[in-house]
Structures are given as structure tokens and as C-alpha cells.
Design a protein around this ligand. Sequence first.
Ligand SMILES: *Cc1c(COP(=O)(O)O)cnc(C)c1O
Length: 478
Amino acid sequence: MEMSRPPFDRASDEVLARTARYCQSYRAGQRPLDPTASPREIRDRFCTPLGAQGQPASEVIDALIAAAEPGLVGSTDPGFFAWVIGGSDLVGVAADWLCSTWGQNAAIYQSSPAAAIAEEAVSAWLLELLELPRDSSVGLVSGATMATFVGLAAARGEVLARHGHDYDALGLQGAPLVRIYLSDDAHVANYSALRQLGFGEANLHRLPSDAAGLMHPRDLAEAMEAHSGPKIVIAQAGHINSGGFEALAEIAELARAQDAWMHVDGAFGLWARASITRRHLAAGAELADSWSIDGHKWLQLPYSSGFAIVRHPDAHRRAMRMEAGYLNAAEEDGRSPSAYVPELSRRAQGFAAWAVLRHLGRNGVAEMVERHCQAARTLAQGIERLDGLCVLNRVELNQVIVGCAHPEDEGRQLLPALCARLNAGQRNFVRTAQWKGRTVLRVSVISKGTGPEQIEALLAAISDAWQDVARQAEEPAP
Ligand SMILES: *Cc1c(COP(=O)(O)O)cnc(C)c1O
């Protein structure tokens, strides 16, 4: 049906066109990767008094660009290696523009049928790509931390119910102690989600981690056998530093024998399952009860995007239940997005996910994962050839952890110096980290555009910068 349109609004029309042009030039151009302004300079532009009078649209957008640009990190650049952060694919960006333009609230089916059904499509594609049980339920959340929260909330209700405790009626009051088993080097997101869910140190069994940050099934078996009662196991598929995978099939078997719920933190590592050549790394993940995975990392979706996947839809829905007369969400119409997540009013996250998945296709996702893994391996081989540097992890995925072979320094000063030099060139961006008692350089190959060319450039930059740093270290102090 043709409706009469609102009067043509020149100002808003212009601001959208200008912004689109700016976005194109931002993504096409070479920008600094490391912020160029001090906190004070950034604050001076943002933290002005709020005027009583509004400002014209274009002026405001120009002011926002001027305020933000010097404080932006080049996370979308193919030379960005600092954290596990995706490159915000432009098809996803365009879909996100539409999402904002349409202003949909993806709360219940009736508040946006298109948003609800886009999520249905994305859920089915994801389960297929990751080869997870097809009748699992999927919640589209803001990231892997929230996905973990959702998965573990479902776990909490379910393991308590199996031990005769009704969480919905009683909460944790009078509940049997839930024992949670995970690596002492599991991602902090897991510990955070557990705390929000009412679990503290008394609940946690932190199992000793190996050099890759992973727990050993033998330790898990021993720890679980020592107790009866409700149990949750959290396994890692893609450790945040080493990229390593725990023995998922073995862990699943132990969990099953103990009637425990198994959650897999696969924020980026689960994407290995989309590639035939890497799939073996995450073999056995399909046996778990719930999974957390990010969209804004390896899948390159714009922020914020994550997926909470649960094998048991009833436990999932029970944990996230939200009902009110005014919502009137007749499920026979269609799936209500908010039935699987903690939020009610929410962004229609399915649109960008749908667009990027469709744009990449199955082969595109696999190709990207394989290209990044291969790039990480090439980088690691190159670093091993440099005198005084070493690679501390087995590079099977996209992560390369660089250590300093200098016995006295162990990287404490030399690696931060190397990092500063690399970043000063504004072509690559890396960061150091503290891990296992030493300072390391963490390199994550995860941005959509990163390939052999960027790795060659990074390797050359590391080689040059390292020679300078090592030479200076050998010069006697003045
Ligand atoms: C990034 C990450 C998380 C947390 O995900 P967010 O999207 O930052 O909330 C959890 N686990 C692992 C392994 C991660 O890499």
C-alpha cells in the first residue's frame, strides 16, 4: 500500500549522504592504527558543556568525527593484530545502517516479524556451519560474555532441577552446592558470568592449566569423582592466548558420566568447525550442552554480536523467561527473540548476521579461517628464525604468542620496547600481555582483510624493530 511520505527533509537527507561518504573514505584510507591523541585532547573535544540549544545535524556529525578520530584504534585495518577483534565487515555495516534506519525493536515476534525471522534464519545457518545439534536454540546476544551468561543460566536451572531443586521457585536459597569445573586459565568472561549468576569461590574448582592454558581431562575426572551433586563443566575451544583446544570429546564423556552440564567457551575457536582442515581441533564440541560464540570476532560482524547456543531449548527458555500481559507474545506467530536472551528491548542483531553470513557463504567463512590460520603459522615460522625471539604456543589456530629468549630479561623490557616501535610505525598494531609469569607479545590474526601480504609486512617490521631493540639492549648504559 502506497502511503503519503513525510515532507522532504533536506538536512537529514544531507547528513546521511555525508556520513555515507565519510564512512567510505574512512574504510578505504590508510589511518593511524594507534590513537594519536592524549586522553586530555580527546576529553577536550567530547566533554563540553551540553548546550541549551540543539545544533544542526551536519555540524554535530562533523564534530563527532573530529572528536572521535584521533582516539580511534584501527581495529578494522588488516594490520591490526592486538586483540581478538574482527574487522567489522562492510556488508554487516551496511546491514547495520538499515537496522538503525528501520529502528526495529527485536523484542518479541510482534514488535518486528522481520527481525524475528532473520534471527531464525541465522540460527539455522549457524548450527549448520558449526555442525552443532540442529534442534538447539540460539539467542543473539551482545558478545561471548553474555552468551556464556545465558548458557550457564540454563545450566544452573537444569543441574539444580536434576537434583530436586526448583530454581524458579527458590533461587539459590537452600540449593545444593553447584560445583563448577574449569581451567584456572579460562577466559575471565567465564568467571564474570559465574559471579553474576550467584556463584562464588565455594562453587569453583579451578583445575591446573598446562602451558597452553588448558585443563587436563585426567584432573577433571579426578576432581569430579571426589564429589556428588550438581555439576557444570566449562571447556575451552580456542584459548584467548594460545588458541588451544581442550580435549572436548573426552571432557564430554566425563561430563556425561557425571550427569554434568558441559558448556563450551568457543568465542572465536568454534569457528574452526567451519573449515574442513581445522575442524578436528574442535572435535567433540558437538557433544556439549551449551556453547558461547562471538559474531564480532571471527565472523567480522559489527559490534556487538554473540550467540548463545543451547542443546536444551526448554532449559534455555526457562532461564530467560520474561512474561507480561502487555507483551502478548503469542508464540504461534513466531519465535520471540527475547525468549532466548536477558534483554527485552534490543537491536535487531539478526540483520547484520544474516547479511554477513550470506555474503561470505560457507566457503567464505572456511576460506577466511584457513587463511588466518595459515598466516599465523607463517608468522610463527618467521619469528622462530629471529635471534632472541621465540614462539611460546603451538600454532594451530590464529594466535601467535611471542616470547623473548633472552634469559635475564624474559621479555620484561625488550618486548614492550619492540611493541612500542612496531606501533609507532602506524602500519601494524600489536600489544604485549602478561601470561604464565612472563611478558609476551600477543599476535591475533583475525581481521577479514589480513593475509600473506600483511604477514610479510609484519614480519619485516618485527625483524627491523627487534634488531634495533636488541642492539640498544647490548649497548652499555651511559
Ligand atoms: C573474547 C572472548 C570472550 C568474551 O567475549 P566478548 O565478546 O568480549 O564478551 C570469552 N572467551 C573467549 C575465549 C574470548 O576470546
